[in-house]
Ligand binder design. Structure first.
Ligand code: 9G3
Length: 563
């Protein structure tokens, strides 16, 4: 490809609204341009990388026995009404009306469409298992699109769905897809971890997320410092064994604590440790209010609250709701003689002796608080986020945290969708039962960004060879010099003949600009054709380690093959 024909609008300055490296570099190197918030155009270089990632995904999906199809992005609301998700999803689900005023969604994911396809076409166990996948644009109206392609409102996903007559069959395909995902991310050069995840609204039990380790990742991974255990912090169970101190129980006493609202205020005011304080938070769980208690040094894990209460929406109550429900301002609420109709507490709270909590009266707290004696809870359960240093749930080592970018997610769905949508099959004893499903997603455009985030240096992007937009960048230093120009053209056509993907910088640009842009774009190998072309010598530069070697033109192809 000749660069004079390409669209690679590079930029010198770093764009203001891009605050992570990959976003900055993909903009500066002319890979993407924002069309609207969270909506991007993939310019020619980015599209070439995307296509290579998609090819890797297709190869691994096909090897795992999945079959490609393509579903519409436009789905009739009726299907989402059957699965009830028309009613449970909020503004994130993009909806529109057609010219006949009929409701549609722009597909955020395709469980409904694929399940409606399969229920009409596959009715016998003889036709199962089958795994279908697509690579397609998805729409999710994110509240805060950010980090470029990392959290966009229109993005490219590979989504696969498997259909089974038995749980064993699902387990087998799940393991195959799990292995295929490992191959995909290996081949993209990504340092990833498969972590145990929370199935959330999807139902089902087993689910794993594939996380690329990165400080700018939005997810936190809790991993063991000695074993392979790794889980999304949202679901990592707490297995800490608490001890109950044997100090004598004190009397419950109300103390004046003027304006001491936070745990820190109260611990310094009463000069106590936060492990003997009770943090009380009122949550709105679907349409009821629940008072959740955790020890002062812990944080409430709202995903665990949601799962334990089998709720679909869990939100912290607003200050007004708290005042209205508990007749007290936040900061002084507590479990002792609370007005809350439902109180649940994290296991650690049970072991507090002579603790401190809000007195449900402004500027007052209770001291000498003892669970069971001074307040009851409906249940003690695992409600807190795991913390660094906690024992690993697998009993080996302690927990450390890392940030991750979720690039893949695999689920054992079970029959959640097939029951809602009556996708049934005749089993081998002639009875109908709901089809057992799995679903498997890879964020293809997000994977591109994760690679850019992991592979860059002070001069720009450094693409891994297998997904680079081109393999070789040929740059004649002086296009007015016939020898250099002809030598470059010669090398260009030789490399093309050998099946390499070559970008020839045939522009009338100053050498410094050409080299700087070449480093920015990050093509793995650069052939510079300069003065020594007259002696048949060119320079070969390896982008990733900056190494430069002088090569005779005749020996260039074999040198490239050896690299
Ligand atoms: C929606 C909206 C956002 C969503 C979903 C639905 C996430 C939704 C989870 C999944 C599950 C799997 C198939 C591929 C693998 C992941 N965000 N999820 O279902 F309507 Cl607005 O997408 N789907």
């Amino acid at each position: 490809m000749k660069q004079s024909m390409m669209l690679i609008p590079t930029m010198k300055e770093t764009p203001a609204d891009a605050d992570i490296k990959s976003h900055q570099l993909l903009l500066r190197a002319g890979f993407i341009r924002q069309t609207a918030s969270g909506v991007y155009s993939y310019l020619p270089l980015a599209l070439r990388v995307l296509k290579k990632i998609e090819t890797i995904v297709r190869e691994e999906m096909n090897t795992a026995g999945a079959v490609e199809l393509l579903m519409p992005a436009l789905a009739p609301a009726e299907l989402w009404q059957e699965s009830k998700r028309w009613y449970t999803y909020g503004p994130e689900l993009m909806r529109l009306k057609d010219r006949h005023e009929r409701d549609f969604v722009l597909g955020a994911t395709h469980e409904e469409v694929i399940t409606s396809l399969v229920r009409d076409e596959l009715k016998s166990y003889k036709r199962l298992p089958i795994t279908l996948y697509q690579i397609q644009t998805k729409f999710r109206d994110e509240k805060r699109p950010r980090f470029g392609l990392l959290r966009g409102r229109e993005f490219i996903m590979k989504d696969a769905y498997s259909f089974h007559a038995t749980q064993e069959s699902l387990d087998q395909i799940y393991d195959k897809m799990y292995a295929a995902y490992g191959n995909v991310f290996e081949r993209c050069g990504l340092n990833y971890r498969a972590v145990i995840a929370d199935s959330g609204a999807m139902g089902g039990k087993d689910t794993h997320e594939f996380m690329v380790l990165s400080e700018i990742g939005e997810d936190t991974i809790a991993y063991s410092d000695t074993s392979t255990y790794a889980a999304n912090i949202e679901m990592a169970p707490v297995v800490t064994k608490y001890e109950k101190s044997n100090e004598a129980l004190k009397e419950l006493e109300k103390v004046h604590t003027p304006d001491k609202k936070s745990i820190d205020d109260i611990t310094s005011f009463l000069s106590i440790d936060n492990t003997s304080t009770i943090k009380s938070l009122l949550f709105k769980v679907d349409d009821e209010f629940v008072l959740v208690l955790v020890r002062g040094d812990h944080e409430v894990n709202d995903i665990k609250v949601k799962n334990i209460l089998k709720a679909s929406v869990v939100e912290l109550a607003s200050n007004e709701e708290t005042k209205q429900q508990l007749d007290c301002e936040p900061g002084f609420i507590g479990p002792v003689s609370t007005k809350a109709s439902k109180v649940i507490a994290d296991n650690a709270v049970k072991y507090i002796v002579n603790g401190v909590c809000g007195a449900n009266e402004s500027d007052y707290h209770y001291v000498g608080v003892n669970p069971e004696r001074d307040f009851q809870v409906e249940s003690y359960c695992d409600l807190r986020f795991i913390q660094e240093g906690d024992p690993s749930p697998d009993g080996q080592g302690v927990i450390r945290f890392a940030k991750g970018i979720e690039v893949g997610h695999v689920f054992k769905l079970g029959t959640r969708y097939s029951e809602f949508m009556k996708a049934e099959f005749l089993n081998d004893s002639g009875r109908t039962q709901p089809i057992i499903m799995g679903c498997y997603g890879i964020g293809v455009s997000r994977t591109l960004t994760a690679v850019a985030e992991q592979y860059n240096d002070e001069n720009g992007l450094v693409w891994p060879a297998d997904i680079a937009p081109f393999n070789i960048h040929v740059i004649p230093v002086n296009t007015k010099d016939e020898t250099q120009k002809n030598t470059a053209e010669q090398i260009y056509s030789n490399c093309l003949e050998q099946g390499y993907e070559v970008l020839l910088d045939d522009r009338q640009e100053r050498p410094g600009v050409k080299f700087a842009e070449s480093d920015l774009i990050g093509i793995p190998y650069r052939v510079t054709v300069g003065k020594r072309a007259s002696e048949g010598i060119v320079e070969l530069k390896v982008r990733k380690d900056g190494s430069v070697i002088e090569v005779e033109v005749e020996k260039l192809i074999e040198t490239l093959q050896s690299l």
